[in-house]
Design a protein around this ligand. Sequence first.
Ligand code: SF4
Length: 381
Amino acid sequence: MIPPRKSRTIRIRDLELGGGAPIAVQSMAATRTQDVAATSRQIRILEAAGADLIRIAVDSRADVEALAELRAGTRARLSVDLQESYRLAELVAPHVDKIRYNPGHLHHHEKEKSTRDKVAWIVEQAARHGCALRIGINAGSIAPEYDARYPDDHVSAIVACAIEHCALVDALGFRDYVVSIKDSDPRLVVDANVRFAAERPDVPIHLGVTEAGMPPEGIIKTRIAFEQLLARGIGDTLRVSLTLPFDDKGREIEVGRELIRDVEAGRFRSVPPNFFDGLNIIACPSCSRVENEKFIELAADVRRMTEYAQQHRLTIAVMGCRVNGPGETDDADLGLWCGPSHVNLKRGTTELGAFKYDEILPRLQRELDALIAARETTLPR
Ligand code: SF4
């Protein structure tokens, strides 16, 4: 049931990706990179589950040192996520097989330098060390120039960004790259990837629904997007992004493989009717930036506590860190993001303060009740 893919084949070390190669399944370490023991354990768990590629986030020189140790301890194919720190590309490239940069983060440093020059520099580091690249676009961090060009149209902004970054990399003569265009809304993921694939059928695509949250809802959201895309021959590698206890991260790989098998066999899971009409909890999958291991527990507690509000069309976002938390919760009705000892809470764009881990749930419930009551009194009778 998966039509032949039109993308070209690229190489990530010994892994062929795109074209007629099998769809690769990958994941990411959810632990702090500098906790080498915990991150090595993540790598072993993901490898044992059959991951083709394992991504690790790097934010600092101390992370790069940890990465070198991790590299020495494994033969797994490693990819690195540069987050905002693209200038670390030079230091990470000797240790990894693939580098991901986010066009939406390039403006944070060296403001006097052009985007083209920054991309050229990253490509140079990758080429020197035989690394592949991912141009990883996220609707939660759109590059400001595209936001300005398409202020009310996220999909056009992210698709244009992807196409133009491909042109930049092509002009540099570099071909071993993939593109990802992700969002937490599976419908937007489908729309953006279909549009991109129509423009650049030759470029291998990495599929992902970001911050899909906990199973089973996180799996349903992912299936909604991946089933539609894979069945159209779109998607050469994928990551199922789930909020799970660190030791259960291998499940992301199992779910990804099962999903591919099902689409190949023409088995499509039915989506519960009104799936998008009720309470939507989005939660990040955790990464090196996670502030507190209680994050996973917190996400599960939020889901349990909010069960009574299932039928209300509201979004609650639960994020693991203070760096991305404030931005990634912007579109939610209620947003929480973790700090080392406190959880920050936001209603819409209004910050309500930071609360201890054992105080946050009652406070969240108060806010949720107030939102529901406000909506009910303003509903037309
Ligand atoms: S919100 Fe923070 S901890 Fe969660 S995945 Fe994103 S960067 Fe990592």
